[in-house]
Design a protein. Structure first.
Ligand code: 5GP
Length: 114
């Protein structure tokens, strides 16, 4: 498991408000939510960022998206609409180096995000 805070959450070493989990993926509420619903979906496997992803990771990346869709339906934001975001490395705004997908919803979201 990775040494990041998200690796520790996936390992159950640090608590989080987990809303979904399966063999490959864990989803939990963001500590500093940017929308009424703000959930982070992470792989249990500690990939640092999209920078390291390659063909062999395609099934896992698909699972992240499917989990995001399940979480959005579970949270009741799917019909109105929501946003998924993956920040990659420093210029992309990534602060935790364990790949994660943000699910944001529950309010109108602007585009471009800025
Ligand atoms: P990033 O900027 O890397 O794309 O997103 C990291 C996200 O993780 C931020 O939205 C931040 O609020 C959230 N975060 C950082 N530390 C923790 C934590 O310990 N627990 C939870 N639930 N969220 C965290």
């Amino acid at each position: 498991m990775s040494d990041t805070i998200f690796g520790k959450i996936a390992a159950g070493e640090i608590t989080a408000d987990i809303v979904y989990e399966d063999a490959d993926v864990v989803a939990f509420r963001d500590l500093n939510p940017q929308a009424p619903v703000h959930i982070l979906v992470i792989p249990r496997q500690p990939l640092p960022s999209l920078e390291q992803v390659d063909d062999q990771d395609a099934p896992l990346l698909g699972k992240l998206l499917v989990a995001a869709a399940k979480v959005a339906r579970q949270e009741g934001i799917a019909k109105a609409g929501y946003r998924t975001v993956i920040n990659c490395n420093a210029a992309g705004g990534q602060t935790v180096l364990h790949l994660h997908l943000h699910v944001l919803g529950g309010r109108p979201l602007q585009w471009p995000p800025g």
